[in-house]
Write a protein that binds this ligand. Sequence first.
Ligand code: 5AD
Ligand code: SF4
Length: 442
Amino acid sequence: MRVVKTFYIETFGCQMNVHDSEKVIGTLIAQGYSQVATPEEAELVFYNTCSIRDKAEQKVFSRLQQFKKEHGRGKTFAVLGCVAQQEGEKIFAKAPHVSLVCGSASYNQLPEMLVQLETGNRRVTGLSLDTEDTFDTPLTRRDNPHRAYITIIEGCDKSCAYCVVPFTRGPERSRTSASVISEARKLASAGYSEIQLLGQNVNSYRDPSPAGWDFTTLLANVGRTPGIRRVRFTTSHPRDFVQGIIDAIDENLALCNHVHLPVQSGSTRVLEAMQRLYTRDDYMRRIDWMKKARRDIAITTDVIVGFPGETEADFEATLALLDAVEYDSIFSFKYSRRPNTPALALGDQVPEEEKGRRLTILQERQRAIQVRRNATYLGRVEECLVEGFNKATGQWIGRTSQNKTLNFIRPTADPVDNLLGTYVEVRVTRTGPNSLAGESVH
Ligand code: 5AD
Ligand code: SF4
């Protein structure tokens, strides 16, 4: 039997998926596999997939289609992540050249599944959601040298009517605070200065060890890790978002002054149909906490347009909410019908064309807000973590604590100076809807 030794992995979807792939890569390397840069060179091809919207799901099937001819030529295909969990064994029927289908709640069993593949099993699955475990690996292959992700909670216990996540990632499981803190310390000593805490709903974190920390306590403690200069977290759920989080940000500069708080809709009626468990007023109270904070907290959100039954008046309420909050940026989506979700049963679908119209109006409204909001940064000095260099423009690419991109030049510096990974004070000299530009301050 031939042993598979090289692998390629492509990742779709959210940061949870990106980080899962980092852990999968670590696991594969620990098993003696080596990563290659293209699917052509690889013996084992992994797609870590997303099924949040129909478009995301289609991507993986079009990728698999490209390689249909490879069937029987010694290449093995594996589908991981949310589409794997959602479609299960149906994937073997749709794409017969796939040999492994595995959802994220089963990644702990990957080493055994690899052995099964190596011994010639062409139909290996890991689809159980019945787990208490989180996926912890001693070896995680992190791509970004400065910012590291740490998963604090997996799965989701909410049941938002539009969302596949409870079905693809299973029930909530939190890691112990001790393992999170020890990972943060290790990352700091490995040279990382920024940590991003990850979970579908980080606010419902609950330490399973006797210490019993809640999210606020965990956040405050990660923020005190020596060597860690920035801590971010995503994603929050308004229902579980408490004032203590804002107080923690006010008290510790290492906690970034940015909160991503998905609203989904500005209409209480639609929020109810979405089973979001908060009203527009509940949401706005949380926005008020942030606006009253001592630090200037950037606020971002997710919005869905065209949820079943959304009227013009509901949509107007969402537009009015954008104006009231003045978000720093938003992610906006047309509602997409997903398998297994409660909203499938709802009538009164909004036509595709109308969803498109609403999305365009929403994005235009937000663009104007960002132009206005970013213009207030003119002349301000912001600390940036330098993440890259753009050769074409001669600008360094920096990121502020508020998570804004601030591209800058260094007027007097030697061009070979390497600023990557350092923190630089930058004065904002130009602003646009999506980014800021400036010059470093000496
Ligand atoms: N259709 C459109 N957007 C969705 N999202 C989640 N499910 C759907 C869906 N079925 C959006 C939500 C969520 C973000 C990650 O994706 O806004 O916050
Ligand atoms: Fe996509 Fe949600 Fe799965 Fe992330 S958790 S990959 S957003 S379906």
